[in-house]
Design a protein around this ligand. Structure first.
Ligand code: UD1
Length: 363
C-alpha cells in the first residue's frame, strides 16, 4: 500500500514527524512525503525537519504565501499532478490549513480516500479560515482520527460516524519522546530569562493580528502582564505578526516586550517547560503547554481544545489589555493537572491501525 502524506505549515511538520516515523518503523505502507511550501522561512520550516529527523520530502510544491485562493489553488493543482503520477492508495492530511483542504479536495475528486489526522475539531467563529478548512476536510475524508472523545462527538453531531476513530494526540507522543532533549535551564540562560519568572507568549491568528485594534490590545495586554504582574514576557514573532505590527505602527509596543525570531520545536518546548505560564492563540501550543504542566491563557473567542477550558486548566481571553491581565492573574495560580485527556502517548500507532483496518487498505 502507498500513502502520500501532505504537510505545509509548522504544526503539520510536528505531527508528520511521529506518524511518518511509525509508518516506516512498522512497515505499514510506502510513505511518500509532500511539502506544499506554505511555510518556507528556515525558522518556520527547515528547523522542524532537522530537529525532528523528518526525511527530505519526496516532492516540494513551493506554493509560498498569497491570498487564501492563491495558496489553495496552487496546492490543489500541484497535488493533482502528484496524485495522478504516484497513484497512491490514500492521501493523509493533518489539521486545518489551506494545504490540508487543497490536498483533501484534490484526492477526493480523484476518488482517493482521504485520511484526516486531527479530525473533528470545531470552534467559533465559523468564518475562521481554519474552521472552514477543517469542516470541509472532514466532510470528504474516509478516515477521521480524533485526538479525544470530543472530536468523535462533534463529527457524530454532523452525521459523520463511519471511519471515525479516537486515536489520541500525536503531539503528546512527540512531547513524551522529545522531553529528554528539552533544555529549559540552558535555553533560559542563553536568553537571560529566569525559569519560573517569565511568560511565553505567541500570536499569529489572522483575526487577532490583521486588525489594528486587536493587535494593539494584545500587545498592550502582554506589556501590562510584564509591567503589572512583574513577569518578563517573551514573544517569538511570527512573520505575519511582525509585518502587521510594522504596517499598523505599533512596533513601539513590541519594544516593551522581549521578542525573538520564531523558534523550533525543541526551543519552544524548552521555553514552555521553564515558563511560569503561557499566553497564546496557537492551537498547538495551548495543548503543548498542558503537556509541559503549564497553564495557558488562550487569546481566542473559542477553542477546539474545550476540555482544557472546561476542567479549568486553560482560560479564554479577549484581545484587550484588561481581559489578558485578568486571565494571566487567574492562571498564575497552580492547579492539579488533569491527566490522560489526549491518549496514552501511542497515538501514531493507533492512527496506523485505524488506516490499515479500512477496506481500501491492501498489502
Ligand atoms: C498557518 C495556518 C494556521 C497555523 C499556522 C501555524 C492556514 C489558513 N493557517 O497560519 O492554522 O496555526 O500556519 O504557524 O493555513 N510567512 C512568512 N514566512 C513563512 C510563512 C509565512 O513570511 O515561512 C508570512 C507571509 O507573509 C504569510 C503570512 O506569514 O502571508 C501568513 O502565513 P500563512 O501560512 O498564510 O498563515 P499562518 O498565519 O502562518
Amino acid at each position: 500500500m502507498k500513502v502520500i502524506s501532505l504537510v505545509g505549515a509548522r504544526p503539520q511538520f510536528v505531527k508528520e514527524a511521529l506518524v511518518g516515523e511509525a509508518a516506516r518503523r512498522l512497515n505499514a505502507w510506502q510513505h511518500v512525503l509532500v511539502h506544499s511550501g506554505q511555510h518556507y522561512d528556515a525558522n518556520m520550516s527547515d528547523i522542524f525537519f532537522e530537529e525532528l529527523g523528518i526525511p527530505r520530502p519526496d516532492y516540494h510544491l513551493g506554493i509560498g504565501s498569497g491570498s487564501h485562493a492563491q495558496m489553495t489553488a496552487a496546492a490543489l493543482t500541484g497535488m493533482e499532478d502528484i496524485l495522478l503520477k504516484e497513484r497512491p492508495d490514500a492521501l493523509m492530511v493533518y489539521g486545518d490549513t489551506n494545504t490540508t483542504l487543497a490536498g483533501a479536495l484534490a484526492a477526493a475528486k480523484l476518488h482517493l480516500p482521504v485520511i484526516h489526522v486531527e479530525a473533528g475539531i470545531r470552534m467559533l467563529p465559523k468564518t475562521m479560515p481554519e474552521e472552514i478548512n477543517r469542516v470541509l476536510t472532514d466532510r470528504i475524508s474516509a478516515v477521521m482520527c480524533c485526538c479525544s472523545e470530543l472530536g468523535r462527538r462533534n463529527l457524530a453531531a454532523e452525521g459523520l460516524t463511519v471511519g471515525v476513530s479516537v486515536t489520541g494526540d500525536v503531539m503528546y507522543d512527540l512531547f513524551l519522546r522529545m522531553q529528554p532533549r528539552f533544555t529549559p535551564e540552558a535555553t533560559c540562560a542563553a536568553m537571560s530569562l529566569r525559569p519560573g519568572e517569565f511568560v511565553l507568549a505567541t500570536l499569529h491568528r489572522d483575526y487577532n493580528v490583521d486588525t489594528p485594534a486587536s493587535l494593539r490590545g494584545m500587545l498592550e495586554g502582554l506589556a501590562a502582564v510584564q509591567e503589572e504582574l512583574g513577569f518578563a514576557v517573551l514573544l517569538p514573532l511570527h512573520p505575519r505578526t511582525r509585518k502587521r505590527a510594522e504596517e499598523f505602527g505599533v512596533t513601539g509596543l513590541l519594544e516593551r516586550l522581549r521578542t525573538c525570531a520564531p523558534v523550533g520545536y525543541l526551543e519552544v518546548m524548552s521555553l514552555a517547560s521553564a515558563a511560569r505560564f503561557v499566553i497564546s492563540d496557537s492551537g498547538g501550543l495551548q495543548k503543548e503547554a498542558y503537556y509541559a504542566g503549564k497553564r495557558c491563557a488562550v487569546m481566542m473567542p473559542d477553542t477546539g481544545w474545550r476540555e482544557l477550558v472546561e476542567c479549568g486548566w486553560n482560560t479564554l481571553c479577549a484581545p484587550e489589555q484588561k481581559s489578558i491581565v485578568q486571565a494571566a492573574s487567574h492562571i498564575m495560580e497552580p492547579l492539579a493537572c488533569p491527566e490522560g485527556i489526549y491518549g496514552d502517548g501511542r497515538a501514531a500507532e493507533s492512527i496506523i491501525s485505524a488506516v490499515i483496518r479500512m477496506p481500501f487498505a491492501r498489502a
